[in-house]
Design a binder for this molecule. Structure first.
Ligand code: FES
Ligand SMILES: [Fe+2]
Length: 336
């Protein structure tokens, strides 16, 4: 299960207290529980006895007890049966970490690195989760091209009428894809224009790198005057994790930071944190709403009429295949 070899944020910390929680990651059910001492455990969400979901069980001390016949499992998956004490029953267990208010899981045998989502000098704004009714590739496509920002978005993006002026640069490596864009900003609503210090006709800059273990994009957004000599007051940094639930559903977990040049503690951003959170939520919901209306959810790109903004689709697909899913690149498949 190579996909599960990567760390994925599957739950908010607050979603696992006394009761266990069940999640699906790439089609695999996982029961996450917190022991009486507060430590986290994660095991396959199917009891090896008769397959009841362990996530509907309860925690007793440091063990998760199945609701059906009372077998119990520790965080390493070691099972005990009250009715057959000599029986050896083991279930699959997962590595678990709790970071940034999220619970992350990874398969036990894996040694993949934990993604660094710290951002010194920036204020944490919010951590959000949205569900997209599309396979991972189509969710990544949406967040990795900016042509749609002219129509779908209100704050982060480019003026549709001047989209042809937007410059796009791609910098792929074997394990990452960087996309650098700049061009005439959209016209922001007056409140945000003021708050962010953006003027009509300013240049919006959008610079992101997508990584593939797990699949996540790191976005920087900022604005300058067209000649680049004046920068607006607020910069954004967003980490967007793409978490495949199954072949048809992807969860998008976003961790947002911002930095301001206004005077005062955290540049005054604490005062408007709720407003910024609402804006990020609204912008991501706009993407989600759009993806409800795709004519089909085939993740292939052959036969599509792709624009100059869409070169990234092929670059990300190749790395999703090779780095994330651990399958050979397309060219190698053809040779075979
Ligand atoms: S199904 Fe879990 S103990 Fe029987
Ligand atoms: Fe978008």
């Amino acid at each position: 299960m190579p996909v599960l070899d990567h760390w994925h944020p599957v739950l908010f910390s607050r979603e696992v207290r006394r009761k266990p929680a069940g999640v699906t990651l790439d089609g695999h059910g996982i029961a996450v529980f917190r022991t009486a001492a507060g430590d986290l455990g994660a095991v396959a969400d199917a009891c090896p006895h008769r397959r009841l979901k362990l996530s509907v069980g309860e925690v007793v001390g440091d063990r998760l007890r199945c609701q059906y016949h009372g077998w119990t499992f520790d965080a390493c998956g070691n099972g005990e049966s009250p009715g057959s004490p000599k029986l050896h029953a083991c279930t699959t267990s997962f590595d678990v970490r709790e970071e940034h208010g999220l619970i992350w899981v990874r398969s036990r045998v894996s040694r993949t690195a934990f993604p660094d989502v710290t951002m010194p000098g920036y204020l944490p704004i919010c951590t959000l989760r949205h569900t997209i009714p599309a396979p991972l590739e189509l969710a990544v496509d949406n967040f990795n091209e900016i042509e749609h920002s002219g129509t779908v978005h209100q704050t982060f993006g480019y003026d549709l009428d001047r989209m042809h002026e937007v410059r796009v640069r791609f910098e792929p490596t074997d394990t990452t894809v960087r996309v650098v864009n700049s061009g005439p900003t959209k016209r922001l609503n007056p409140l945000f224009q003021r708050l962010l210090g953006v003027r009509p006709g300013d240049t919006f800059h959008d610079d992101w790198t997508t990584h593939f273990s797990p699949v996540y994009s790191v976005f920087d957004h900022w604005w300058t005057s067209p000649d680049g000599t004046r920068e607006a007051m607020v910069r954004w940094r967003l980490y967007i994790f793409f978490v495949p639930v199954d072949e048809k559903t992807t969860q998008v977990v976003s961790i947002t930071y911002a930095k301001s040049r206004y005077p005062g503690p955290a540049g005054g951003l604490r005062l408007v944190r709720r407003l910024l959170r609402r804006e990020v939520d609204r912008e991501v919901r706009s993407d989600v709403g759009m993806l409800h209306h795709l004519a089909d959810y085939d993740s292939g790109i052959d036969g599509l009429k792709l624009s100059r903004f869409d070169k990234v689709l092929g670059l990300t697909r190749d790395r999703i295949r090779s780095v994330y899913r651990g399958t050979p690149p397309r060219a190698a498949l053809r040779v075979v």
